[in-house]
Design a protein around this ligand. Structure first.
Ligand SMILES: Cc1cc2nc3c(=O)[nH]c(=O)nc-3n(C[C@H](O)[C@H](O)[C@H](O)COP(=O)(O)OP(=O)(O)OC[C@H]3O[C@@H](n4cnc5c(N)ncnc54)[C@H](O)[C@@H]3O)c2cc1C
Length: 283
C-alpha cells in the first residue's frame, strides 16, 4: 500500500490508485470490489469507526424491488442485488432472515393502487413477488380486512455484520481502511486527484469514489476542478424511529401503500424480533 512516492515541487506525496471517501456500506462495498479487482485502494473515513452514518440508522430491510418501474436500472439492480446479498450473507455467516413483507391497504383507493402494482408487467419482480394464498385477507390475521400482497423475498439483515464482512474481504484483498481521516479538500490535476485530509495529509489518487453519504454533496463541492454539474444538491429530511416494547406480534414486515415521498411509516423487525415503527419523515 502507498508504495510509490511522488515528488511534488519540494515535498513528497504518497500515491495510490484508488481512494474511496466514506466507510458506510457503499464505500466498503466499493472498496472491496476495487481491491478484489486488483486495485490498490484506501478507504478514508472521517469517523473513528465504520458505518456510523446512515448505514447504521436504517430499517435493515433487504428490499425486493416491487415498486420500481419495469426494466429500470433500479428494479434490475435491486432484484439482482438482493439475491447477491443473500448469497454473500450465507457465505460469510452474516445474520439475515427472509421474513417477507405485507403491504396493507386501508382504503378502496389504496386497494386499487395495490392492484395496479401487482398487475404491472414486471417480469423480474414476478419471479420474486407474488400473492401468497396465506396472505389473503383473514388468513394471517382474521381481524384484517385489508388487501395484503406478500413479498416473500423481502428480508432483514444485520447491517453491522454486513459491513464488517465487506471490510474483511477488502482487507484480505489488500485494501486499507484509514479511520479518523476526514477529507477536507481535493484538486483535479493532470496527473490525478490530490486529496487532502483534515490533518494536512496529501494523497495523489488515480481515481476517487465519493461515498460520503449525506455529506457527498459537500465533499463534491470541495473538489476543485470538478464540473459543477457533478455536484449533487442535498435534500434533507428528518425521521424518527420508535421501538415497541416486547416481542413483535407479527413475523412479517408490515408496510403501508407507498406514498409519493417514500415508503411510509412501516413496522420492521430486527433480528432479535424487536419491532420498530419508522421512519416518520418531514422535510
Ligand atoms: C431512515 C432510513 C431508512 C432506511 N432503510 C433502508 C432499508 O431498510 N434498506 C435499505 O436497503 N436501505 C435503507 N436506507 C438507505 C440506506 O441506509 C442508505 O442508502 C445507505 O446506508 C447509504 O450508505 P452510504 O455508505 O452511502 O452512506 P453512509 O452510511 O452515511 O456512509 C457515509 C460515510 O462517509 C463518511 N464521511 C462523510 N464525510 C466524510 C469526509 N469528508 N471524509 C471521510 N469520510 C466522510 C461518514 O462518516 C460515513 O461513515 C434507509 C435510509 C434511511 C435514511
Amino acid at each position: 500500500m502507498l508504495r510509490h512516492k511522488y515528488i511534488r515541487e519540494t515535498y513528497v506525496v504518497d500515491q495510490v490508485q484508488s481512494v474511496v471517501i466514506g466507510a458506510g456500506v457503499v464505500g466498503l462495498a466499493v472498496g472491496r470490489a476495487l481491491a478484489q479487482s486488483g486495485r490498490e485502494v484506501i478507504v478514508l473515513e472521517g469517523a473513528d469507526a465504520i458505518g456510523t452514518g446512515t448505514s447504521s440508522r436504517n430499517s435493515e430491510v433487504i428490499h425486493a424491488g416491487i415498486y420500481y418501474p419495469t426494466g429500470s436500472l433500479k428494479a434490475r439492480l435491486c432484484v439482482k442485488g438482493k439475491e447477491q446479498l443473500y448469497a454473500f450473507c450465507a457465505e460469510k455467516g452474516v445474520d439475515v432472515r427472509r421474513c417477507g413483507k405485507l403491504i396493507v391497504a386501508t382504503s378502496a383507493e389504496q386497494v386499487a393502487q395495490l392492484e395496479h402494482i401487482q398487475k404491472r408487467p414486471l417480469p423480474m419482480v414476478c419471479m420474486t413477488c407474488s400473492y401468497s394464498a396465506a396472505s389473503r385477507p383473514g388468513r394471517l390475521n382474521p381481524s384484517w380486512n385489508a388487501m395484503q400482497p406478500f413479498s416473500p423475498s423481502t428480508g432483514i439483515v444485520d447491517s453491522h455484520g454486513l459491513m464488517l464482512a465487506l471490510q474483511g474481504d477488502m482487507e484480505n484483498a489488500g485494501g486499507a481502511l484509514a479511520l479518523l481521516s476526514p477529507v477536507a479538500s481535493a484538486q483535479v490535476q493532470s496527473d490525478g486527484i490530490l486529496i487532502r485530509t483534515a490533518d494536512g495529509t496529501e494523497l495523489l489518487a488515480q481515481e476517487v469514489v465519493n461515498a460520503a453519504g449525506l455529506f457527498a454533496p459537500s465533499v463534491a463541492s470541495k473538489i476543485q476542478g470538478l464540473d459543477a454539474c457533478h455536484v449533487p444538491q442535498a435534500f434533507y429530511a428528518k425521521g424518527n424511529y420508535f421501538t415497541l416494547s416486547g416481542r413483535a406480534p407479527f413475523s412479517h414486515l408490515i408496510y403501508p401503500v407507498p406514498e409519493a415521498a417514500g415508503l411510509g411509516v412501516h413496522l420492521t423487525l430486527d433480528l432479535g424480533d424487536r419491532p420498530n415503527l419508522a421512519p416518520t419523515c418531514s422535510g
